[in-house]
Design a protein around this ligand. Structure first.
Ligand SMILES: Cc1cc2nc3c(=O)[nH]c(=O)nc-3n(C[C@H](O)[C@H](O)[C@H](O)COP(=O)(O)O)c2cc1C
Length: 188
């Protein structure tokens, strides 16, 4: 879905969400971008295979952490795109940054065993894909998300009681971070 509001900056949001947490974050990003002069495209990652990433200045990719990696649909997306860009010769030694191309990876996680370390592996994995194709990873966002259906893991894990997360505050923080990021990009 494309939302035009006269902005020069073209942004793409893609995400996968099994139980709704990452989707809430994707919507918060979208809400914040809608308030800015940004032309915005919003997709579930499973519907985004045909999108040309180089058509966008700012690409968001989000996933839950599943066994400390991105979820399968995100891994499949990255695998396919990596193949495509490899064939096209876009993946170059030294991975030079293409000016004006930025990516943001966001990951929701419960961290029941080792905390945020269970999410950074997933975020770094997604970020590496973007760096390989010449995008600068402008931000990595890690947002706590309860494990639906497991009160034990959502109350007794390393992060304590995370029921209801991402909550209003978490989402407001995301919106804030988006605004700040867009301001910094537009000021360049
Ligand atoms: C099968 C499964 C595996 C998970 N593995 C991890 C994990 O390794 N590390 C972690 O921090 N959270 C893990 N989680 C928790 C999810 O990452 C977290 O609840 C996330 O916010 C879910 O996002 P979603 O609602 O968008 O699917 C797991 C959840 C499920 C259901």
């Amino acid at each position: 879905m494309e939302i035009k509001n006269g902005g020069q900056l073209k942004a793409l949001i893609m995400y996968f969400s099994a139980t709704g947490n990452t989707e809430k974050v994707a919507h918060a990003i979208r809400n914040a971008l809608e308030k800015k002069k940004v032309t915005l495209t919003f997709f579930k990652v499973t519907e985004a295979a045909e999108e040309e990433l180089y058509d966008y200045d700012l690409v968001f990719l989000g996933s839950p952490s599943i066994q400390w990696l991105p979820a399968k649909p995100v891994l499949s997306y990255i695998e396919e795109k990596h193949k495509l860009h490899g064939k096209r010769g876009d993946i170059k030694l030294y991975a030079p940054n293409i000016p004006g191309k930025s990516a943001v990876v966001f990951c929701t996680y419960a961290g029941p065993h080792t905390g945020i370390s269970e999410a950074t592996t997933a975020g770094k994995y997604m970020g590496q894909f973007f760096e390989h194709i010449g995008f600068e990873v402008a931000r990595e966002w890690y947002i706590v998300g309860e494990i639906h259906g497991s009160d034990e893991a959502s109350t007794m894990g390393k992060l304590g009681d995370i029921r209801g997360r991402p909550n209003k505050q978490d989402l407001a923080q995301v919106e804030n971070d988006v605004s700040q990021l867009v301001r910094s990009i537009l000021a360049l």
